[in-house]
Design a protein around this ligand. Structure first.
Ligand code: SAM
Length: 426
């Protein structure tokens, strides 16, 4: 049936819902008779939706593709402020479930024709009388279109219990409106050939219902004394990563700070040694301009004359370790060899990286987040991020390498496993 339409009819139905979502921006959406979740798959990209729910009587159908609704790696790498929770339930639209009340949009795409007429009555009571969403989109086959199909007469699908004419659909819809306080517009998808549209109508007829009371009054319907019924079985639920989640916000802030501090450090070292390595040059496409890096270099040069890591920072090239003494609680003097550090002022990071300032809101918020994080070393007064000097790290790696050679152990090439001497073992 879909093949005679372009785009295919099922896609046109889903597009109809998506266009409605774009215009009306519902936050809570439930798709009844969601089958293999193909509409939900598309709706999850519309991040004005905060709660997206699917219900189907056939749990096996839901399970086939439900994992495709999981967040993608980019959702974790670049979390947004939007919140999204997806829930899938096995259950019948003829039964009430308190978790489905108070939605902004209920969709029922090619579902009602699979119900007996007694169950359609129950569907009306549950959806319009109990769930009372702000809007409902119902699509169902228009039987007047059927003679245009090149196939024998009969229903379009063996499981259909009825297929309504436009007048039958209208009569049911207007009755629902009268009983439950909705208004309805009639439309459809799947155009008839030129000249026949008025006579046969759309292939899939659609009713778009709007509750006359509005959202606020609708919420008032759900008093605390209403007895909560939970008749559906939860099959799947997932929360998308969001910057509203404090842990995620912290993780993003820390990785941004480390990324930019490292870039600034390298730039600064290269400036001073005159060895600019192009692999570390900022790519303008990354958003934060060279301008800012140059500004940060000025600050870091100034830092150079101050103290970092509690010890004076040396110019790159002057390899020296500093020794710091302090007194512990018992009055004993302890010593610690300090690594040479590069100090990147937090204020510079904050003003150079718009993402950091947008996410943290203020410099003190940023400092607060970083203070609790073991991945970031802050200066004693919390005003700068301290990074180990790269050259020193390399030097130490070389020393470790030498130590291994001196110890008589074979040194493996990077990533290779030490070879076992099988001959010796036999
Ligand atoms: N809405 C889907 C879409 O647009 O891709 C297609 C729906 S499919 C034609 C009809 C679905 O309704 C089936 O998955 C079926 O299991 C489901 N269904 C039938 N009776 C139901 C009931 N009483 N409650 C919930 N779902 C039901």
């Amino acid at each position: 049936m879909d093949s005679i339409f372009s785009p295919p009819l099922h896609r046109q139905r889903h597009q109809f819902v998506i266009d409605f979502v774009k215009r009306n921006k519902p936050k809570k959406v439930v798709d009844l008779g969601c089958s293999e979740c193909s509409l939900l798959q598309k709706l999850k990209f519309h991040r004005e939706i905060e709660l997206l729910v699917g219900v189907d009587i056939d749990g096996a159908n839901i399970k086939k593709k439900m994992h495709g609704l999981a967040p993608m790696s980019t959702d974790y790498l670049q979390p947004s402020y939007d919140q999204l929770r997806i829930e899938l339930y096995q259950g019948s639209v003829t039964q009430e479930d308190a978790r489905l009340r108070g939605f902004d949009l209920v969709t029922s795409i090619e579902l009602i024709e699979h119900l007996t007429l007694a169950d359609v009555k129950r569907f009306s009571e549950v959806v319009f009388g109990y769930m009372t969403p702000v809007a409902v989109i119902v699509s169902t086959p228009n039987s007047e279109f059927n003679p245009l199909f090149p196939r024998p007469a009969g229903f379009r699908h063996s499981d259909h219990k009825f297929e309504w004419t436009r007048a039958e659909f209208k009569s049911w819809a207007l009755k629902v409106c009268l009983e439950y306080g909705y208004e309805v517009e009639f439309t459809g998808v799947g155009q008839a050939p030129p000249g026949q549209q008025e006579r046969v109508g759309f292939c899939s007829q659609i009713g778009v219902f709007h509750w006359l009371g509005g959202r606020q009054e609708c919420n008032m319907l759900f008093g605390d004394d209403a007895e909560d019924v939970f008749s559906y079985t939860l099959l799947y639920s997932i929360n998308y990563p969001s910057l509203h989640d404090n842990n995620i916000l912290q993780r993003v802030l820390v990785s941004e700070v480390l990324y930019w501090a490292e870039k600034m450090k390298r730039n600064w070292i290269e400036e001073r040694t005159g060895e600019r390595d192009d692999t570390y040059t900022l790519c303008p496409a990354e958003g934060e301009g060279e301008e800012c890096l140059r500004a940060s270099e000025r600050h870091m040069e100034m830092e150079d004359k101050q103290t970092a890591c509690g010890a004076e920072m040396k110019n790159p090239g002057e390899h020296q370790e500093s020794e710091l003494f302090w007194t512990n609680g018992e009055g004993q003097q302890e010593s610690c060899k300090l690594r040479r550090c590069v100090s990147v002022p937090l204020a510079v990071l904050w003003s150079c990286c718009p993402k950091l300032s947008a996410l943290s809101g203020s410099l003190s918020n940023l400092r607060h987040v970083l203070m609790d994080n073991p991945e970031v070393k802050l200066s004693q007064d919390g005003s700068a991020v301290l990074l180990n000097d790269q050259e020193q790290d390399l030097e130490e790696e070389e020393e470790d390498h030498d130590d291994l050679e001196d110890s008589g152990y074979a040194v493996c090439s990077h990533g290779a496993e030490p070879e076992e001497d099988w001959e010796k073992n036999v």
